[in-house]
Design a protein around this ligand. Structure first.
Ligand SMILES: NC(=O)c1ccc[n+]([C@@H]2O[C@H](COP(=O)([O-])OP(=O)(O)OC[C@H]3O[C@@H](n4cnc5c(N)ncnc54)[C@H](OP(=O)(O)O)[C@@H]3O)[C@@H](O)[C@H]2O)c1
Length: 284
């Protein structure tokens, strides 16, 4: 069986990829900057590596056939890291975004998008077998965006409540990733992955309220207020990216695909499924 390195194995998606691979008895290695804090299953080999320090990558990549890559490091580190990966592996599955989907939610220019396009170009010309996973908005964003407010009280303040998205469960992204890492037939594919239904942000917050048995007062705030208040969820560049995407998405249904079901054989999980399984995170 092939040996797989998961880069980003301690994060939202990578952790699920590692757990699924470990559960199948696969030989899986996870890279982390601080292996002692990784909290991964005991059968997983956790190695220290940092994408911004290319000399740390050779040891992590030694004996590796396939890499699952999550990139949240600075753009300046992309080329040297991909050079090391190309030297060792023959297959890469990259967690990208729906850059080529002609829906306004995914078509707003921003610096993060430019970096991901750059990564894709380098991978496409690397000689590696590659697959790009292109998930829409993660259901798990709710943990960072909404859980602190909901734990603190019944008032939820948020912009663009009518903006629809198709939140995808990180377990579904991981299920597709594992197929692409192991099976043949995914070379050169870009899989646009979404949840099963278009849901406005208001409906998503309401669903969480129902799951935890509380009636939340959901208040719309202006984009200007949001630009200030949402700095707690990320840097200004990320906040502006979200605000522009939601503004552009108002007034039409979100993009829905059936790719998760087509590749894994199981239907994509609903947002209600996700909220139910993560309800404890929203309880005070
Ligand atoms: N959120 C969304 O709605 C959405 C939608 C589409 C695409 N995406 C894409 O998904 C990706 C984020 O995935 P995620 O949420 O699973 O990530 P995450 O939870 O933020 O985790 C980031 C991972 O990257 C690792 N990492 C960060 N800096 C590193 C470095 N310098 N060297 C090595 N590892 C490093 C972290 O590991 P350690 O800290 O343990 O080292 C961690 O495992 C982004 O590329 C984003 O563009 C997100």
């Amino acid at each position: 069986m092939n040996r797989i390195l998961v880069i980003g194995g301690t994060g939202t998606v990578g952790r699920q990829v590692v757990s699924r691979l470990a559960a199948t008895g696969a030989r899986v290695r996870a890279m982390a900057r601080n292996p002692g804090a990784a909290r991964l299953p005991p059968q997983v080999e956790v190695v220290r590596g940092d994408l911004t320090l290319p000399e740390t990558l050779d040891g992590c990549l030694d004996g590796i056939d396939a890499v699952f890559l999550v990139w949240t490091a600075p753009a300046t580190a992309v080329a040297p890291a991909l050079e090391r990966i190309t030297k060792h592996a023959r297959r890469i599955v990259f967690l990208s975004a729906p850059l080529k989907t002609p829906h306004p939610l995914f078509q707003q220019p921003n610096p993060l998008r430019a970096m991901v396009e750059h990564i894709e170009r380098l991978i496409e010309t690397s000689g590696l077998q590659w697959t790009f996973l292109r998930p829409g908005m993660f259901a798990a964003n709710a943990l960072n965006w909404w859980a602190p407010q909901i734990r603190a009280g019944d008032v939820m303040r948020w912009p663009y409540l009518a903006a629809p998205t198709t939140p995808i469960d990180e377990r579904d992204i991981a299920a597709v990733a594992v197929r692409a890492l192991y099976e043949d037939g995914h070379d050169g594919a870009g899989y646009v992955l979404t949840g099963p239904q278009s849901l406005g942000q208001f409906e998503q917050v309401s669903a969480i309220g129902r799951v935890i048995g509380r009636s939340l007062r959901i208040e719309e705030i202006s984009p200007d207020e949001a630009q200030r208040e949402l700095l707690r969820i990320g840097p200004l560049v990320a906040v502006n990216m979200l605000l522009n995407a939601w503004a552009a998405a108002i007034g039409q249904p979100a993009h829905v695909t059936s790719t998760v079901a087509a590749i894994t054989g199981a239907p994509a999980k609903t947002f209600l499924d996700w909220a139910t399984d993560n309800a404890a995170e929203f309880r005070a």
